[in-house]
Design a protein around this ligand. Sequence first.
Ligand code: FAD
Length: 289
Amino acid sequence: MKIIDRLREDGIHISFEIFPPKTDAGYDKVIRAAEEMAGLKPEFISVTYGAGGGTSKNTAKIASYIKHDLHVESLAHLTCASSTKDEVRSVIASLKEQGIENILALRGDISEDMVFPSEDRFHYAYQLVEEIRRHGDFCIGAACYPEGHVENEHKEDDIKYLKQKVDSGVDFLTTQMFFDNDIHYNFLYRIREAGITVPVLPGIMPITSARQMKRSCELSGTVFPRRFQAILDRFGDSPKAMEQAGIAYATDQIIDLLANGVKNIHIYSMNRPEVAAAIMHNISEIIQC
Ligand code: FAD
């Protein structure tokens, strides 16, 4: 089923995320995590592509397992910067062959050792969206950045390019993680004003260790509010306390979003079903309202 059809339905829709293993040895562990997450009955589980340390070759396989064996809808991420156009086309064909209906279309990060830009590659996600559209009837999601994308000095440019991306055929957006909901509300206001009307899924990352916070900062350039910094200063050296506080913080963000009328929320559950389960437990009554 297409995710956009689910998002349009009444009720609250919570989704999770899995990243593929770095090596084949880790495959079974990831599958077990997906199975446990499926048991929490999310709207869908997304599977990253070469992100979070995972390799891209297993993305389609895991997304297919989630959809066909666990009977939970899946969203396969696909990036284009690190592959040639032909390689990207063959991944799209393979996703189609495996019955995957939903793709999150991304450019991917540019590393110093990459030949980029280059003639044989798509340079921006909007070009990938156009290419996926040419291949058939997929539901297409894309990324957006409430605090602005790190490569863009001006937020207005970010929104202008986001509009171009959405107009090229995007059905819904998922945000980069953020830790201050006001930043999200302000972003929503600005993109709606710019004529971007597709559903936006806020991406909530439960930060459960100091190391994870440092890595998240490096990857996304996100701002950590003083309230979160205080939690880290006080509990950062006590892993169990930090995990509990991180789950509580993410829960608090989610409750505030739901209270303010947000219906769809993506949790960056990062192969940690126990973290996803704790959050679902914390909001079990709330999502029935
Ligand atoms: P784009 O939309 O192409 O934007 C990239 C930059 O180019 C932005 O600064 C944008 O403003 C600018 N730009 C866009 N169009 C134009 C234009 N026409 N002219 C000039 N400038 C333009 N990475 C992975 O490797 N694997 C994953 O699975 C993954 N999943 C992600 C999921 C989410 C929800 C998010 C938010 C990010 C994810 N990422 C992933 C990271 C993502 O690949 C990076 O943030 C990347 O740097 C940008 O990707 P994009 O698709 O947003 O690119």
